[in-house]
Design a binder for this molecule. Sequence first.
Ligand code: 9L3
Ligand code: MG
Length: 135
Amino acid sequence: MDKGKPLIVVAAALIDGDGRVLVQQRPQGKAMAGLWEFPGGKVEEDELPEAALIRELREELGIDVEKACLAPACFASESLGERHMILLVYICRKWRGIPQALEAPAIRWVRPLDLHGLDMPPADKPLIGLLDALI
Ligand code: 9L3
Ligand code: MG
């Protein structure tokens, strides 16, 4: 089946000073509602991945991140039925502002080990082992 161009999605693992990672819950009415994800979203036409992530983090959490603070970490691919999706994940330890749940029903700071017990989108899961090893 021709699924067309894959959807490019970016996400961030924000790590705080205590080594905890931020996850947010996907809203009702969206695909995979209720699952806990690393914040982020779709890269728009003519937009670079890092610019999309900086925009998404401002919209979803009200924080400001500089491009230099985004470390590429991993990518994962997933089939979304009609489309394929490629998720690019960045690690970020430095930002301005205090993250707030501006779009998600809830956000949580969790230790990497506790990520194993959360329901996450399949594309987010490869990052869990990496964070376990990194933090
Ligand atoms: N997605 C998966 N993991 C993530 C993010 C931010 C997004 N950490 C998936 C869910 C949707 C698609 O990417 O299928 C587009 O995301 P959104 O625009 O619905 O948030
Ligand atoms: Mg989003």
